[in-house]
Design a protein around this ligand. Structure first.
Ligand code: OMD
Ligand code: FE2
Length: 437
């Protein structure tokens, strides 16, 4: 099969034990590390969990590459303006926050340089919490590659199609789909033909690897199904040049040079690999009687913490769906949540906030910060006659975490932050009308 035809083919399944080779015979058979691997390839193990992690949680892959990853120069400190840690001198902020869409860049900028950290929670060093970044870019990464030693990257494109070239294969990624690049996997992001500008969200999970949530009483089916997750087949390039490998390590960027493309993996096998998932495949469960269920019924992927049911990170979506609840306030209720909620919007409108929360925008409702439908949404939802309604053109999502988010100075002070966000609730006047006497 020609190299170009091999691109963008996928294997189905979630955390399966996959095996794939871009050249017939490149994968050793029956052992991981033969005395001499086929075609002079170097075997290299990539461990995503401790060697001794229980079998069900253990993740590792064996990569067969033209040169081992150690063939690279010394790491030196690097910096991009946008990838930042929150200022620890300032206390975390309980105010509800919202941002207009991340502005589209005018100057040339690639995916990594175009990342802007909004907030971070937990602690990278103890592998708890996550970082939340938005990206806006208009250039391919060509001679620069990247890996993240701090967390796996959940990418949620909002605008434009990406081609993610990873050392384990190539993924095409469009708005409405998500991808997860495992911690440590080297990759490069390019723009798909026809895409001039791309924008989206990235959640960097420092904790337990994302997994499918339990279905509990829902039963054996529903929500996201393992077979709809797609992992790329092996694809490699043999390219010499002056290349830079960027590494995010404990919150900071480091860079080293190398004279060959690190995307030189000819074959691999294992259960630690990138994957993508089309959110349209999500089977949406909701009430068919009354009341608004908690949004945990919309969980696509979850990173558990040590406390049962209390996620390090839940990735929750609000996709198109029927609303049929009777005698019910149908949008999200007013609430105060001990978990912290960061939200984004891929397309359309969100029913709790029809205006102000825009595609490419973001909101943050931190631990126990009161929030809910804005005054307009409350009025509409309490006055409209209740018919079955199809909520079309909507795709919001939430990164929900047990750890409060600390917002970076650049996000706090961004020109596109809506400093008057709290006003959206202030018209909720008293309407208490007790019986006389
Ligand atoms: O705050 C939000 O908009 C997210 C959310 C949605 C919902 O349907 C119920 C609770 C909740 O936190
Ligand atoms: Fe909420």
């Amino acid at each position: 099969m020609a190299a170009a035809d091999r691109e963008l083919q996928y294997m189905s399944g979630f955390h399966n034990d996959f095996q794939t080779e871009a050249l017939p015979g490149a994968l050793p058979i029956g052992r991981n590390s033969p005395q001499r691997a086929p075609y002079g390839l170097y075997p290299e193990q990539l461990s995503g969990t401790a060697f001794t992690a229980p079998r069900a949680a253990n993740r590792r892959s064996w990569l067969y590459r033209t040169q081992p990853s150690v063939v690279q120069a010394e790491y030196r400190r690097s910096g991009t303006a946008g990838l930042q840690l929150p200022n620890c001198d300032e206390p975390p902020d309980p105010n509800p926050m919202r941002w207009d869409p991340l502005p589209i860049p005018q100057a040339p900028i690639d995916f990594i340089a175009g990342l802007l950290t909004y907030c971070v929670n937990g602690d990278i060093a103890t592998q708890a919490g996550c970082g939340i970044h938005l990206y806006a870019c208009n250039q391919d990464m060509t001679d620069t590659f990247f890996y993240d030693a701090d967390g796996e990257l959940l990418i949620v494109p909002q605008l434009g199609e990406l081609l993610v070239h990873t050392e384990m294969g190539r993924l095409a990624l469009a708005p409405g789909e998500i991808a997860v690049i495992p911690r440590g996997v080297k990759f490069q992001v390019r723009l798909a033909p026809g895409t001039k500008t791309a924008r989206g969200y990235v959640c960097e999970n420092f904790g337990t690897l994302l997994q499918l949530p339990e279905r509990g009483p829902i039963g054996a089916n529903g929500l996201a199904s393992a077979r709809d997750f797609l992992t790329p087949i092996a694809a490699y390039e043999q390219r010499m040049g002056d290349f830079t490998l960027l590494a995010k390590f404990q919150g900071h960027l480091w860079a080293c040079t190398l004279d060959h493309s690190p995307l030189d993996v000819v074959a691999w096998h294992g259960n630690y690999a990138p994957y993508k998932y089309p959110l349209t495949r999500f089977n949406v469960i909701n009430t068919v009687s009354f009341d608004h269920p908690d949004p945990s019924i919309f969980t696509v992927l979850s990173s558990p913490s040590a406390t049962p049911g209390t996620a390090n990170l839940d990735f929750v979506i609000f996709p198109p769906r029927w609303l049929v609840a009777e005698d019910t306030f149908r949008p999200p209720y007013f609430h105060r949540n001990v978990m912290s909620e960061f939200m984004g919007l891929v397309h359309g409108a969100y029913d709790a906030k029809a205006e102000g929360f825009q595609p490419g925008g973001a909101s943050l409702h931190n631990c126990l910060t009161p929030h809910g439908p804005d005054a307009k949404a409350f009025k509409t939802a309490t006055q409209t006659p209740l018919q079955p309604v199809y909520l079309s053109d909507t795709l919001a999502f939430m990164f929900e975490s047990r750890y409060p988010y600390r917002v970076t100075a650049q996000a706090l002070n961004a020109s596109f932050r809506q400093h008057d966000y709290v006003q959206v609730w202030q018209d909720l006047a008293p309407q208490f009308d007790p019986p006389p006497g």
